[in-house]
Design a protein around this ligand. Sequence first.
Ligand SMILES: [Zn+2]
Ligand SMILES: [Zn+2]
Length: 126
Amino acid sequence: MSTSDDRTPTPSPQRSTSLSSLMGPQERCPDCGVAVGEAHEYDEYDGGCDIARCLATGHQRLMCDLDHDCGQDIWTGWWPGHTDCERLGWMLAPGFPDLNRLYTQAVWDSERHTWVAPDSEQTVQR
Ligand SMILES: [Zn+2]
Ligand SMILES: [Zn+2]
């Protein structure tokens, strides 16, 4: 008496969507694969990592064609702008930073490599 088919049904594997990958910190850069604390890869031909920011403008280094040193952005484990939105309170929902607002309204502080609110001087005035 052999029981050949006693396999328990396996639950369908949960697919990791790109949205859920935005939720938490990741050990490695999703694009160039460097670990937290390491500089994103740079390639003089194609620009290198897609996620690295230009440290002079705060925008995507890949798209930056300005004549300056874009610097070496470090992978922090978070998508660029995520922690800035959390600090500014610009979240659409938990885990979903309002990056559109960040890139249109915030001001890049090129010394601290962080986004700051445009009116941080005069905060709550009604
Ligand atoms: Zn990278
Ligand atoms: Zn640049």
